[in-house]
Design a protein around this ligand. Sequence first.
Ligand code: PNW
Length: 485
Amino acid sequence: LAVSWAAEDLSFPPGFRFGAATAAYQVEGAWNEGGRTECTWDKFVHEDPRRVADQSNGDVACNSYHLWKKDIEIAEELGLHFYRFSISWSRILPTGFSNQINEEGANYYSNLIDGLLEKGIEPLVTMYHWDLPQSLQDLGGWTNPLIVDWFEDYARVLYNLYGDRIKHWLTLNEPLIMCDGVYNTGVFAPGLFSPEVGAYYCNKYALLAHAKAWRLYDEEFKPKYHGKVSLANQLVWFDPKTKEDEALAELVIENCAGRYSHAIYSKEGGWPPSIEKHMQELSKKRGYPRSMFPSFTQEEIELIRGTHDYYAFNHYTSRIVRYAEEGEEFSTWPLGDAVDLNLKIEKGEGWAQGASSWFFVNPPGIRNQLIWLKQKYGDLEFMITENGFATFDGRDDQDRIQYYRDYLEQVLLAIKEDGVNVTAYTAWTLIDNFEWMDGYNVKFGLYEVDFNDPERKRTPRASAHYYASVIKSHSLDVPTTRNEL
Ligand code: PNW
């Protein structure tokens, strides 16, 4: 796909925007304060702390519930055009349902939004970043079809509360992780393991929930507020090892990107045909009387089709795929059921590794991903809603700077050489935070957070200085060594 590696013109198009992101459970803390009720992550980490590498949790995290003004200061210091954060469902709706709105919780986000707007920073809101109210999980969570309505009700509350001030919404963060990641591994909250059906039921209802929330906005709120709604997919890029592995790589990409995109962005809607066929055969082989991959009715296909205003995705890493040899064990990462694809997933030669076990560096992956998406779904507006690098301790993070530089260069190439309409880039993450199963061991922050300090002091890393100068000069033509904010 991509040909050249280095960009000659290092400046970004005039309207291009830079942001940084966080998520509620990872930064807020105040897990049982201000009327917030239990979410799946609270229960998951309290029940058995060993589920997290350092046996930590998000009870206090960065304490952003109390220190949100500091976060805005940082966003301003970096010169961010927008700040992406998520809303805790159980902070807004203590029962999980919209019968009762928690005013304290509602005010928290309202203040955050106003504080950002005062500084000229656009608030970009994710409605759901994996912290389901436990009350709804007890009723089956994302495998209960009724969640489609519960989510729509929650979305209505958010549009009513904040719609006048929010121009970009994301319904769901990474349905791939909230469905496949959860049910294929059991290592994310709520810790359920149901790889044959759970992931696929979740997949279906996540798409329907997104679609209903999108349509609600489109019909009732867009005429007044003129905002845009999308969802943030997690896309891992897969390169074939040899020519013979090309069809396999395509199938794996469809299984990762397509299973959460085709229904929304393709002209015909529904599941990617190659995946639907594969899953039907697999279900038969495993003796299921109907596909373990739930089908869509024609009505559902129409409901989901076209429910987007832009294509948003998070991207971190790539893999190489090839057919497994006789007797070789199949790979499952990151999509458990890919076992029956006869598949081996590897890292590429010479790819550096970040601090997370799954993290390998391959900058052209982001460009190839953008080219693939444009070829598949057309000339859409693309926003990169997460990208960033995992390290352990340390503030002189030259490796993170290199990662940002090299990935941003590939984004520039996609824009300039491949004509992909990318309009925004989001760094993950503003401040170190609770990195799910890696706890506080693994750092993604532009700012370091001292988790031993009750004030949770935030200190800029070298990468913060770098990102600020990229934003300021609107170009990659800036030194990668330390400079001042
Ligand atoms: C994303 N993978 O998760 C999430 O949106 C963030 O909350 C998280 O902190 C960040 O990336 C860094 O991990 C991912 O296996 C989880 O490729 C797993 C993968 C990618 C992203």
